[in-house]
Design a protein around this ligand. Structure first.
Ligand code: RM4
Ligand code: MN
Ligand code: MN
Length: 424
């Protein structure tokens, strides 16, 4: 379905007086307001094709109604999200969950909705029906060269799909690891992974990148071959310039200082991008900002500081993407909430008084440093985010507009109440 612009404008119109009052109030305290606004408007976060349906857990899956039944319908859903928030202008595909059989048509459909294709993701963590060899004991790290070859081939095929779609990066997440002590020779597993990645690396087009994601556990519960940022960075450094490390917020052990990881990866020019989500325990894939919004702000604070130190363009020099799974919420609502949470954290980071913070750090004024960060964090920047959306033609309140326009009911009418999307 398509959302008519006039419907969004109408809703905005009804909320305008309230909005302007709140905007005026917060704007008075923000130096460099225009700069903040244009950065917020430019900032986009890619939507993963696998997050548009209801996700399951290993215990079950409770599908919602009107889920997209095809890649075309997934693109439609991202179009809806982008029409409402004007901050989700790309989609990231997971192959083979979403194979673009007719790339030209898919590209045209996406372009009609103002969308393009972000990184493509390979999948060697599941066996497919037509697959010769199994990934039960891993893929790129496997003891059997033939399995490694098959997994390398798959990644090269994913690059080919990506080239047709104008993607510019391959994102690799491996579930490779071991479930029990003694199962694996860590060194050989790492070496095999490196050699396999080197072959994939040499198949990358000139203007492409490979992003190496890490995760400490699950589905393997004793070791993961790319288990943390150190292992990922080691691989990225050995591979070369086109390789860097992708941070998925849920892929850390509890209490890990993710903002410090981000800061150092940026310093090394090896931060590929993000998979945003939130978590309480592990790879929970919950709505961004739903559990620990302060951590999200601290991460953005490091991102802004680190990117500015390298003179990078916030919106485009790093890959921004959501990676979430929704068991109980409407996926579109969840994604809209996630994008809002990201933009709020970004706006808060933009208004940190950097000169004052640097001085406080230099003077070892610990109290003042904390005050400065929390001053920004406790500022209600939501009117700024809303204004950025309004200026770009989006809704002041994307979730509210989605509900008022009864988008899900319309999708159920179009697609039926018993539909299941591909994905986890
Ligand atoms: C993994 C990881 C990958 C994602 C899969 C579906 O835990 O986060 O990025 O592609 O899940
Ligand atoms: Mn991820
Ligand atoms: Mn994950």
């Amino acid at each position: 379905m398509n959302i008519d612009q006039f419907k969004i404008d109408e809703l905005n119109h009804n909320e305008l007086t309230d909005h302007k009052r709140k905007l005026e109030f917060v704007s008075a305290d923000i130096p460099g307001l225009n700069d903040v606004m244009s950065k917020l408007q430019a900032f986009n976060i890619a939507i993963p094709s696998w997050a548009l349906g209801t996700g399951g857990t290993r215990f079950g899956r409770f599908s919602g109604g009107g889920e997209p039944r095809s890649l075309e319908e997934k693109i439609e859903d991202v179009g809806v999200i982008n029409a409402l928030n004007k901050s989700s202008n790309s989609i990231s595909l997971h192959i083979p969950w979403d194979i673009p059989d007719n790339a030209t048509a898919i590209k045209a459909l996406a372009a009609q909705r103002g969308l393009h294709f972000d990184a493509v993701n390979s999948n060697t963590f599941q066996d497919q029906a037509d697959q010769k060899l199994s990934y039960k004991y891993g893929s790129l790290h496997h003891v059997d060269k033939e399995v490694r070859k098959q997994a390398i081939q798959h990644n090269i095929e994913v690059i080919k799909y990506g080239v047709q779609l104008n993607s510019k990066a391959l994102s690799v997440w491996l579930s490779d690891g071991s479930n029990f002590p003694g199962q694996l020779n860590f060194r050989k597993a790492f070496q095999n992974t490196l050699e396999s990645l080197q072959e994939i690396y040499s198949a990358l087009p000139d203007d492409w990148k490979v992003w190496i994601e890490y995760k400490p556990f699950e589905p393997n519960f004793y070791s993961t071959t790319i288990g943390d940022w150190g292992q990922s960075l080691l691989l990225a450094n050995k591979l070369g310039k086109k390789a860097s490390t992708l941070v998925d917020l849920g892929h850390h052990l509890p209490n890990t200082n993710i903002e410090q990881i981000v800061s150092l990866l940026l310093m090394e020019g090896k931060l590929a991008g993000f998979h945003f989500n939130d978590s309480k325990y592990g790879d929970d894939d919950l709505t961004v900002g739903s559990i620990n919004p302060y951590q999200l702000f601290l991460i953005f604070n490091e991102l802004v500081e680190g990117m500015d130190a390298r003179d990078m363009t916030h919106a485009t020099d790093i890959g921004w993407m959501i990676d979430a799974s929704h068991n109980v919420k409407d996926p579109i609502e969840d994604l809209l909430q996630s994008v809002q949470a990201i933009k709020i954290a970004y706006a808060q980071a933009l208004i940190v008084d950097k000169a004052a913070l640097t001085a406080a750090q230099q003077n070892n004024d610990v109290t003042l440093a904390q005050e400065i960060l929390q001053e920004a964090y406790r500022t209600d920047v939501r009117p700024l985010v809303a204004e950025a959306s309004l200026l770009s033609g989006g809704a002041l309140n994307p979730v509210g507009a989605y509900r008022k326009l009864q988008v899900r009911d319309n999708l159920i009418k179009e697609r039926g109440s018993k539909t299941v999307a591909t994905g986890l």
